[in-house]
Design a protein around this ligand. Sequence first.
Ligand SMILES: *[C@@H]1O[C@H](CO)[C@@H](O)[C@H](O)[C@H]1NC(C)=O
Ligand SMILES: *[C@@H]1O[C@H](CO)[C@@H](O)[C@H](O)[C@H]1NC(C)=O
Length: 370
Amino acid sequence: MISLKCCVSIPAVAGALLVGLPYSISLVAQWLYGWPNKPGYQKYIEALKPRRIYCLARAVLEMLKYLQYGKLYFQWKLWYSNDKNNKHYVKGITFGRRGNKLDLYYSPRLELSDESPVPVVVFVYGGAWGSGDRSIYCLLALQMAKELNASVICPDYSIYPKGNVLNMVQDISDSLLWVRQKGHAFSLDQDNIILIGHSAGAHLCALTSLFLASNVEELFIETNKQKDLVTAIKGIIGLSGVYSIMDHYNHEKVRAVEYVSTMHKAMDGVENFDYYSPTSLLKKMKEDQLKRVPPMALFHGTNDIIVPVESSVRFSELLTSLSIRMSLYLIPKMNHTDMVTDLMAPDRHFYHTVYGCIKHEYSKFQTHTD
Ligand SMILES: *[C@@H]1O[C@H](CO)[C@@H](O)[C@H](O)[C@H]1NC(C)=O
Ligand SMILES: *[C@@H]1O[C@H](CO)[C@@H](O)[C@H](O)[C@H]1NC(C)=O
């Protein structure tokens, strides 16, 4: 009697888990981050469709992979707590109209005592326009400063729900204004700025430059100041970037994460996707505005499932068709997170490959003169 009960209950328990687990995971995710809310949708019916449940549970479970980056977390905690490292950075400088803060990292290779100003890299982190924090990138910023002989600043920006994408672009522009207005006190070269961004950060770097090149009123920065800012940007490096919001939204739909994702909320809905897409903006820009667009280098891993490699490929084709200088690097077997985590420490797999290419592009930006 007892053994029979066991035989029945094991498959029953297994079955309940197999069905119950994905349902619970997906329902919690949607309850926390948003239900399907298209007009005509009955949100709970749509939320409970097996395909959505399956894909969403998979996307959530994939996040568990981030646990493997625990070691980096301890490395960066340790680095900050070591007083000897104090001289390499200045933390928590307030900038811009929303009181965001930025951290500044000096290259340990450079002597700052000599008066010549040092080129500046502005690193804009990603996080789907709704997460991220500058302190997570201290190891990356430090290595970048070392590898490029530059000073690196890492600004926070008003991620959703604190701000929408326009506010984020204003914040990035404000960080550039800060370099130009306050940078001399930190030996920064105000006329030599490189923007490097990852994922949503790459989108923001591209969008900010295009807004500045087109002189848009929404930035609330005077015309001549916008011109100075965009001229000071010597180049943009986009790492695993999103450049067409609609393409990315369609990809999110395939992964069934479009409603839990912060993207459409940060863009204030589908009707603004075009306006906030570098691809669509470029097509509308006039000849003289296009001339002001800085050269770009796009990097993308071919194993990226968060932002597919086609994003950079399509953007590169558009840039080329408009005669904007650009380079494209497709890195085999690399995924979305490798692109930043592997820039944090020299013992990581793609460190030398990616920095090799970044340095090459960086020197091209430095030597090119119009
Ligand atoms: C940085 O400086 C070192 C030593 O001065 C030099 O060997 C290296 O080529 C420089 N790197 C770049 C990217 O300019
Ligand atoms: C990314 O790829 C690396 C191998 O290059 C792997 O160890 C890691 O688990 C992957 N990360 C994620 C989040 O998929």
